[in-house]
Design a protein around this ligand. Structure first.
Ligand SMILES: [Zn+2]
Length: 397
């Protein structure tokens, strides 16, 4: 096994990894390229301020300038504050409620929007319908069981934007704090959800906001709704931000990245590590090591600590999804599958590569989407991806 000399990625766990002559991995190089493309500090601030001026100008006849997705987590809460107080924008907060929010997340959203005096747009999905979609993904045996939550969130942002004629959406991603996940770990698109739900679901999709290609293109190409990731231009100390949010807004920490929602918590802390041997802490800690907020030695030590998991959540998942213990065990041990085993938009995205390149240049889709989703897989890529299924060591029961 080779471990990167800079971060903690290794070639046993991380697919598609390669190393340069100094033993630095390809993901660290990818990080350095992103760093160059998205500067922080004074330069980043200058870019953000210019961006804010354009956004204000475009929104001058509207009630709101920008839609900001909020989950109740640290990054999105901070972004809301930053947009309003630092950039002087008039945001509309948008939230997709998949009915699995933690109590703390709900309180955080309420506290921060009230104290900042920001209106909130929420799309709530029917809970039985969502559970049916969620359960289908378990039966499909893929890693992407939280994809419906991510797609629901993306669509909700567009729905909020369209309702009020808003031209900009801020997304809370940050490659500096979240890291870079390898291709093949996660895949999402509307057809993927539909295919899996058609095959394994039992009820109709009525309230779930799916991001159908047609309306997505209409919203982005015709309505020109732009997606921006402002956190790419800010280098912030997460611990300091957490303390600031606590002091100013009565915000509460829920004990881990992406844990504001119970499906996300279950996915990252139980399902992915147990079934696929995917441990997102590798991405997160490596990200901290690359930015210097954690030493490599500390990360290598910390990763050895066992993942903490609240078994009450497992019981709740089984209960709400109506899984018997044996049925659930069967699912955890079923042969692993990937998005390649199901019908998705991927072949279509590949054919539309040029259009998506233009969309990326016009800032209508993030660069990462263009790179990841429109690239035609070579035979080598496919071999690598399919290898993923065996790549994950067998689960220990
Ligand atoms: Zn590395």
């Amino acid at each position: 096994m080779q471990i990167c000399s800079r971060c903690i990625y290794d070639d046993e766990r991380i697919p598609y990894i390669s190393f340069d002559e100094n033993g630095v991995c390809s993901y660290c190089h990818q990080f350095d390229n992103l760093e160059k493309e998205y500067p922080t500090g004074e330069e980043g601030m200058k870019i953000l301020k210019q961006m804010a001026e354009t956004i204000k100008y475009d929104g001058k006849n509207n009630r709101y300038d920008v839609v900001i997705g909020i989950s109740g987590g640290c990054d999105s809460s901070y972004m809301l504050y930053f947009a309003k107080e630092i950039l002087g924008l008039r945001p509309l907060a948008a939230h997709f409620d998949n009915t699995w929010n933690s109590k703390i997340a709900v309180e955080n959203i309420s506290n921060i929007t009230k104290k900042l005096d920001i209106d909130l747009f929420t799309h709530v999905v029917d809970n039985k319908e969502y559970n049916d979609i969620f359960k289908s993904f378990f039966k499909a045996s893929v890693p992407d069981i939280d994809t419906p939550a991510d797609i629901g969130l993306a669509t909700t942002h567009y729905l909020a934007a369209r309702k009020f004629g808003i031209k900009y959406i801020f997304e809370g991603h940050s490659f500096r704090t979240e890291g870079i996940s390898p291709p093949g770990w996660f895949y999402m698109d509307a057809r993927y959800i539909k295919t899996i739900h058609n095959k394994y679901g039992t009820q109709k999709m009525n309230t779930f906001p799916n991001l159908w290609l047609f309306r997505w293109l209409k919203w982005s190409v015709i309505n020109r709704i732009k997606k921006i990731r402002p956190l790419y231009y800010i280098d912030y100390d997460k611990n300091a931000v957490k303390k600031f949010l606590q002091d100013e807004f009565g915000w509460q920490w829920y004990g881990g990245h992406h844990m504001e929602n119970r499906t996300a918590y279950f996915t990252n802390n139980y399902y992915l590590p147990k079934k696929f041997n995917i441990d997102l802490r590798y991405c997160e800690y490596s990200a901290h090591v690359r930015t210097g907020s954690m030493s490599r030695e500390e990360a290598l030590e910390k990763i050895k600590e066992p993942k903490i998991f609240d078994n009450g959540i497992l019981d709740e998942i089984k209960k709400r999804l109506n899984f018997s213990n044996s049925e659930f065990d069967e699912i955890m041990h079923a042969p692993k599958k990937l998005f390649l085993d199901y019908e998705t938009y991927k072949p279509l995205f590949e054919k539309m590569r040029f259009l998506f390149w233009l969309m990326y240049k016009w800032e209508l889709v993030p660069k990462s989407f263009y790179l990841k989703y429109t690239k035609k897989y070579t035979d080598d890529d496919l071999k690598n991806l399919l290898k993923l299924k065996e790549f994950f060591p067998a689960m220990k029961s």
